[in-house]
Ligand binder design. Structure first.
Ligand code: UGA
Length: 463
């Protein structure tokens, strides 16, 4: 099918590339000319495993192209996906102006009977606003609207597209549903589940999914504190808990708090919808509040181990990205934690395999190093804040020999304790009573809260 995807941000690009791979002919419209130029030259502007090679292959076989002309992009399309940004406003609500503008512009040039599909994460009810805009732009166009939220994780977005847990499509007119069923037939033929519902339900499913996962992570974080306090080990508890099929093993890893461009934004938007429409989402509100507190709690733990004279001491941070497998630092716990430490007079030396380019813009005081071993030199303490696989292969003997202190705090529980201990380091992991540091936190003084900065230049439009 001839398809147009509006927006070559994270979601738009993955969607366009993967749709071309499953047999469609896709034109991707992007208003940023420099980005279109890059893509046309075969450069993939984002770091996402597998994406660059799909783009390359599809461009070569003619099933994918990029353009900055809306008319050029939409004129032959039967289906038009809108995958543009919906940034957070101050009050937590989502700004959907780009979605409405894109839908209106697309409607002006769309084929009679085309379907305009919202891929971006939008507040429940947005489809009705899109329908109004589309109809007033082209009253004679017989255009329909549909909703098709994305469930793409950064770092495994291609796999998530190709092997989805479910595909959700929301529509009112059967013809729109028929078009979406055809688009996803290559995946549904393989047995992947298709949920067909109203646009409102599809929009709600997206928020509910992210909010529920954020809640699960936050639950795991608090449970890990209880494990520390009562003599448990969160790893075993998560295993036993997750084997219950009703609960499931995923998203039960304790850590320094969730981050990224989606959970924080979508939970805020859901809480805002609840307040606005008189159906308070108090659980979600609490999750947001506890996640902010989590980042500060982790900073406090580091300060507590440094002791009463933390000022002037030096901490090494391994991992800045909000999770492994991405260079994205938006709402990354590491950013808040580093800023708190620096505000308390601690010198921070940091390493991240992918995110240092982005991080330099928002952490002007931090020193960055190209290897984790170098970052650790002369420091009093090391803290792991992102669970990069490569940190498991660090030469701990070298690290221990060149450090001033002897403590490694593994806030992602990725390191085998034995090899770290064998190098003569003291390892403090998370959620284990054996390494409990929470008693130290209770005695620490107050610390300054630092708002996360919103880095620019890394777009995950459509999220
Ligand atoms: C999330 C969802 O998982 C996707 O399904 C969704 O499509 C996407 O948001 C979106 O709305 O676009 P993503 O933001 O890439 O994907 O990140 P996740 O892998 O979900 O992780 C979110 C955060 O939770 C990270 O900071 C991660 O470190 C943290 N986390 C996750 C934990 O602390 N523990 C866990 O066990 C799992």
């Amino acid at each position: 099918m001839e398809i147009c995807v509006i927006g070559a941000g994270y979601v738009g690009l993955v969607t366009a590339a993967c749709l071309s791979k499953i047999g469609h002919t896709v034109s991707c419209v992007e208003r940023d000319r420099a980005r279109v130029k890059k893509l046309a030259n075969g450069e993939c502007p984002i770091y996402e495993p597998g994406l660059a090679s799909i783009i390359k292959k599809s461009m070569l076989n003619g099933s994918l192209r990029f353009t900055y002309h809306m008319q050029d992009g939409v004129q032959n399309a039967k289906a038009i996906f809108v995958a543009v940004g919906t940034p957070s406003r101050e009050d937590g609500s989502s700004d959907i102006s780009q979605v409405l503008e894109s839908a209106e512009q697309a409607a002006n040039f769309a084929n009679v009977g085309a379907v305009i599909i919202t891929k971006s994460t939008v507040p429940v009810g947005t489809n009705r606003a899109v329908q109004r805009v589309v109809y007033s732009a082209r009253p004679d166009g017989k255009l329909t609207v549909a909703s098709n939220p994305e469930f793409l994780r950064e770092g495994s977005a291609v796999k998530d597209f190709e092997e989805p847990d479910r595909i959700v499509i929301g529509f009112k007119k059967n013809s729109a549903g028929e078009t979406l069923r055809k688009i996803y037939k290559p995946l549904t033929d393989k047995g992947f589940a298709l949920v067909q519902t109203s646009c409102e339900n599809a929009e709600m499913i997206k928020y509910a999914s992210n909010a529920f996962l954020a809640l699960k992570v936050t639950f795991a974080n608090e449970l890990s504190d209880l494990c520390e306090a009562l003599g448990g080990d969160m790893k075993d508890v998560a295993l036993g808990l997750g084997l219950d099929g009703r609960i499931g093993p995923k998203f039960l890893k304790a850590g320094p708090g969730y981050g990224g461009s989606c959970f924080p934004k979508d939970t805020r938007a859901m809480a805002h919808m609840g307040r606005k429409f008189g159906a308070r989402q108090t659980l979600v509100e609490t999750v947001i509040e506890r996640n902010e507190a989590r980042k500060l709690q982790i900073a406090r733990r580091i300060l507590a181990v440094l002791g009463s004279n933390a000022k002037g001491k030096s901490v090494c941070i391994w991992g800045i990205a909000f999770k492994e497998g991405t260079d994205d630092i938006r709402d990354a716990p590491a950013i808040t934690i580093i800023k708190v430490l620096e505000n308390m007079g601690v010198n921070v030396r940091a390493h991240d395999p992918e995110a240092m380019g982005q991080a330099r813009h928002v952490l002007p005081k931090t020193q960055f190093f190209s290897s984790p071993e170098e970052a650790a030199e002369g420091t009093d303490l090391i803290a792991i804040l992102t669970g990069w696989e490569s940190y498991k292969r660090i030469d701990f003997d070298t690290v221990a020999a060149n450090m001033k202190g002897d403590t490694l705090m593994d806030f992602r529980n990725i390191l085998p304790k034995s090899s770290v201990k064998a190098a003569g380091l003291r390892i403090i992991s998370i959620g284990s009573s054996a390494d409990n540091t929470s008693h130290l936190v209770k005695t620490s003084g107050s610390i300054d809260f630092v708002q996360d900065s919103k880095p620019k230049g890394h777009s995950r439009a459509g999220c």
